[in-house]
Design a binder for this molecule. Structure first.
Ligand SMILES: Cc1cc2nc3c(=O)[nH]c(=O)nc-3n(C[C@H](O)[C@H](O)[C@H](O)COP(=O)(O)OP(=O)(O)OC[C@H]3O[C@@H](n4cnc5c(N)ncnc54)[C@H](O)[C@@H]3O)c2cc1C
Length: 493
């Protein structure tokens, strides 16, 4: 089934109809306004929608989805657009449903440690809302100042504290969802134990291909009594990698273990002056949280594990201000690359922790072999790598070389027994890499699940799965060449 292509006259009619549904000022269709929504944080891939619509209720979302179905138009949910895998990239044409005006905390039940929020709520704003009562929301992507809980749900996002607290799915109890046919349903609820299939578990991580979340029930946690953050500085990346394994091998359960390499340290120091030594090969940030009692002894064990692994300097943040500064360096690292490169592509792969030294060395070799530079800042405790390949889109051929290097890094992660995404999702970027880790039978099984939720394929087409004619997938996601394939850098299987 081919997607509908709208004439200008039909677009004008539909714009009026959409405005009647959601109100004037809640629909964009001018090309210059649509440009803002042509990509997410992965700017290598761009496409223009016909409309961007800003609903303020589930009923609005449902009506927009029903209109899209009637007109045979693809639609895609969009949060803050901070995704890094092209997940909310529009199909060519169709409707972008921006959830940014659905951003309220609807209910907080402190006794049961549960909050009900709208999907466009910025992640950090939930912790701000419940913070004065002594609570917070644990999943903390480094983009938490901007990304939305709806986007986190779709990508099953993680963050520095995933090591101890798990990813988004571990914090979601229930969801109100507008299904791809426009029906409004509840998956799960407000209690921790639900009966029947774990539908929130299936929906979380489905990257906007199973429907659009319009309300989300999340767990909120008591703030820990004490937090301690340790910075360990190394002259060799191998020592830093060994320290990551050593800390965990000694039976400690840090809340976070993050690593940042020399190129990144220098970018961060130039931008923010956070106190990382500029000449270090790598720095490791270890955070403990929990009861105040015993915290000093545990901190001492972390310090010792880092020293035994060859750290040239280990220090615990003396106060909250110093702790925040260390975290600022880590969490602002992606932004700091902007000072040293006009563009960069953030990779997201997972490897067994013990393979860190080998994989980091290979990543450097791969990127160098393409004449490019890479900075690494990542959730080392989880084995979740983020090689950031720096490039200049104005230099002919650099984008292709970045894409090629990225594909080789993903294959490397798969070869060492890891995976092709830790937290950023598959989106458009890695759809063709799914074959690195899944067999055709695995993929067909997963596509069957997708068809159960999204039989026409109009809901966020072209994402997650390698699209091919023979998949039996109906709808607008039927075969169209992936940009990587068009560049001759990847093959369909
Ligand atoms: C500087 C930086 C740091 C980052 N650090 C991290 C990190 O530490 N951990 C991490 O996991 N990610 C990280 N990311 C990636 C990104 O922030 C996350 O994937 C985030 O969850 C995306 O949220 P968003 O609101 O921007 O979603 P978008 O980019 O707008 O959309 C992402 C996906 O969610 C879908 N979607 C959005 N809203 C809904 C909804 N209501 N219902 C159904 N589907 C929906 C979209 O269709 C799309 O597939 C980082 C990004 C940047 C730019």
């Amino acid at each position: 089934m081919a997607m509908a292509v709208l004439t200008d006259a039909r677009k004008r009619d539909l714009r009026r109809e959409l405005e009647a549904l959601v109100g004037r000022g809640a629909v964009l269709s001018d090309p210059d306004e649509l440009l803002v929504y042509e990509s997410d944080g992965l700017t290598l891939f761009r496409a223009l929608a016909d409309f961007v619509v800003f609903p303020t209720s589930a009923e609005h979302v449902s009506a927009i989805v029903k209109l899209a179905n009637r007109e045979d138009l693809p639609f895609v949910a969009r949060g803050a657009g901070t995704g890094l895998s092209g997940g909310c990239l529009p199909a060519e044409g169709g409707i972008v449903i921006s959830l940014m005006r659905m951003n309220r905390v609807l209910e907080v039940d402190y006794d049961n440690q549960v909050a009900v929020v709208e999907p466009g709520l910025v992640n950090l704003h939930l912790s701000w809302a419940v913070g004065p009562a002594g609570y917070y929301y644990a999943p903390d992507p480094s983009s938490q100042q901007a990304c939305t809980i709806g986007g986190n749900i779709a990508n099953n996002s993680g963050g520095p504290h995933t090591l101890k607290y798990g990813v988004t799915v571990n914090h979601v109890l229930g969801l109100e969802v507008v299904m791809p046919d426009g029906e409004i349903v509840w998956l799960g609820g407000k209690t921790r134990e639900s009966q029947g299939y774990d539908l929130p578990g299936i929906f979380v991580g489905s990257e906007g291909t199973f429907g659009i979340a319009t309300k989300i029930v999340v767990r909120i946690l008591r703030k820990p009594q004490a937090v301690k953050t340790v910075l360990a500085v190394f002259d060799r990346v191998e020592q830093a990698s060994a320290a990551v394994s050593e800390v965990i091998a000694r039976g400690l359960v840090p809340a976070a273990v993050e690593m940042i390499d020399r190129l990144t340290i220098q970018a961060v120091e130039d931008a923010f002056g956070c106190g990382y030594p500029r000449d270090a090969a790598a720095a490791v940030l270890v955070e403990l949280d929990g009861l105040a009692e015993g915290m000093s002894a545990q901190t001492e064990r972390i310090v010792q594990a880092c020293r035994d692994s060859g750290a040239r300097e280990v220090r615990a943040a003396r106060d909250e201000a110093e702790r925040q500064l260390l975290w600022k360096g880590r969490k602002s690292a992606f932004g700091a690359y902007g000072r040293i490169s006009p563009a960069y592509m953030v990779m997201d792969g997972v490897i067994p922790r013990t393979k860190l030294p080998y994989v980091l060395a290979r990543v450097n070799e791969i990127v160098a072999s393409h004449g490019l530079r890479v900075g690494n800042v990542f959730h080392a405790g989880d084995g979740n790598l983020h090689p950031n390949i720096l490039y200049d889109p104005r230099v002919s051929g650099e984008e292709e070389r970045v894409v090629q290097a990225g594909a080789e890094i993903m294959r490397l992660c798969a070869e060492v027994g890891g995976s092709i995404s830790g937290e950023h999702g598959i989106g458009l970027e890695k759809a063709d890499f799914m074959a690195f880790i899944f067999s055709p039978a695995d993929l067909e099984f997963m596509q069957g699940l997708k068809r159960a939720f999204n039989p026409t394929g109009r809901c966020n087409p072209g994402k997650v799965f390698p699209t091919r004619k023979s998949c039996g997938e109906a709808g607008p996601s039927a075969y169209r060449p992936h940009p990587i394939e068009e560049k001759g850098l990847a093959q369909r299987f």
